[in-house]
Write a protein of this length. Structure first.
Length: 256
């Protein structure tokens, strides 16, 4: 296996995710760490587990996409299935009747999403708060009636999400998430939402840092990388702080 493509061992974190997926004791998991510590790779592993377990889910990477709260709500509708989103459809229709908002194929049309976002931005802060509350409440009511045991939403590179998304998450989604056990949300980033004391027993925080030097010695042997000098690996380890992305790239350069 090429070192650049090899999976970096995060068994402890994966075990925590699998246990939580079975119990749903913690509806929120936070994955925090510096750039290059393997957060995105870990979320890809989580998504693989969800696919294997046939858990309806979606992965949004804010690095690659410009998302609004309506985009995320629309993604949730796709995950749940339009047939199970009667409450959301009703609220959206009430909000958008003057603008002819329509829902097709489990999602809002692009034009409808743009119309909803534009209309929300023109409203006062109080009105915007009211409608975001209505949308989010309807989302969780629909989730409660949906047929699957659980659903999952993975949000990566949180620090690159918009102020609007962060405000909606902190003000509406997360407070409602705490009181239910059907939606599992994983938020990953160099920074993650701050939580109040009411979250103390219903969330998990996984802090990723560099991986131990002994692991990289085993990794180099498994990848059949011939190090020019035994101290090189140690020097790289301290230079890159054991961060998987940098270490894998360095070892990959020696294997070519």
């Amino acid at each position: 296996m090429s070192p650049a493509r090899a999976y970096v061992n995060r068994d402890r974190e994966i075990e925590s995710f699998q246990k939580n997926l079975l119990s749903l004791d913690c509806p929120l998991m936070l994955v925090e760490g510096e750039s290059g510590t393997g957060k995105t790779a870990l979320l890809a592993e989580f998504e693989g587990i969800l696919k294997k377990s046939k858990v309806p889910h979606s992965l949004i990477n804010f690095r690659n996409a410009s998302c609004t709260p309506i985009d995320i709500i629309d993604t949730c509708m796709t995950v749940i299935g339009r047939v199970h989103c009667a409450g959301l459809r009703e609220v959206l229709n009430a909000f958008g009747q003057p603008s002819n908002i329509v829902i097709t194929d489990n999602q809002l049309t692009l034009g409808a999403k743009i119309t909803v976002d534009a209309t929300l931005n023109l409203k006062s802060t109080r009105e915007r708060y009211f409608w975001y509350r209505q949308f989010t409440t309807a989302l969780f009511e629909d989730l409660g009636k949906a047929p699957e045991r659980c659903y999952a939403l993975l949000l990566d590179t949180f620090e690159q999400s918009s102020d609007m998304v962060q405000s909606w998450l902190n003000t509406h989604l997360l407070p409602m998430l705490r009181t239910q056990h059907k939606l599992l949300v994983v938020i990953s980033g160099q920074t993650v939402p701050g939580l109040d004391t009411e979250w103390e027993r219903c969330y998990q925080r996984l802090h990723l840092s560099g991986i131990e030097l002994d692991y990289w010695k085993i990794y180099a042997q498994a990848a059949q990388v011939q190090l020019p000098h035994p101290e090189w690996l140690k020097a790289w380890y301290f230079l890159f702080k054991g961060k998987p992305a940098a270490m894998v790239s360095a070892l990959a350069a020696l294997s070519t």
